[in-house]
Design a protein around this ligand. Structure first.
Ligand code: FES
Length: 111
């Protein structure tokens, strides 16, 4: 089911935005990274301890904005594919979510 998350212009480049979606009785936490005009979406769950990644609201990137960084123990992830790049993620990556940007610039969740 398609679900609109936000408009592409609501996310800085580079930048990020987190979402807390209600899906029936469940909550689904996701975040989107925008970098160099591309967007990438992941479940907001660190593979190290299974908890949320952000430092504060919508803050998912390291200081240089080159990697996703977990605020809890500092694990680093590749923005483009969610792969573990260092820290206690021990080779485990983030789980991606499928999104697309429609002709009006709306970021839509596909799955
Ligand atoms: S919970 Fe993310 S690095 Fe430990």
């Amino acid at each position: 089911m398609l679900e609109q998350l936000c408009h592409i212009d609501e996310i800085n480049d580079p930048g990020a935005k987190g979402f807390n979606l209600k899906q029936g009785r469940k909550e689904r936490l996701l975040f989107i990274i925008k970098k160099e005009g591309q967007i990438y979406a992941y479940e907001n769950q660190c593979p190290h301890a299974g908890i949320n990644l952000e430092w504060q609201e919508d803050d998912f990137l390291d200081n240089e904005k080159n990697h996703i960084q977990c605020s809890v123990h500092g694990a680093l992830f590749n923005i483009k594919n969610g792969d573990c790049m260092g820290g206690p993620c021990n080779g485990e990556g983030l789980t991606s979510a499928e999104v697309e940007v429609d002709n009006n610039g709306n970021v839509m969740l596909l799955a």
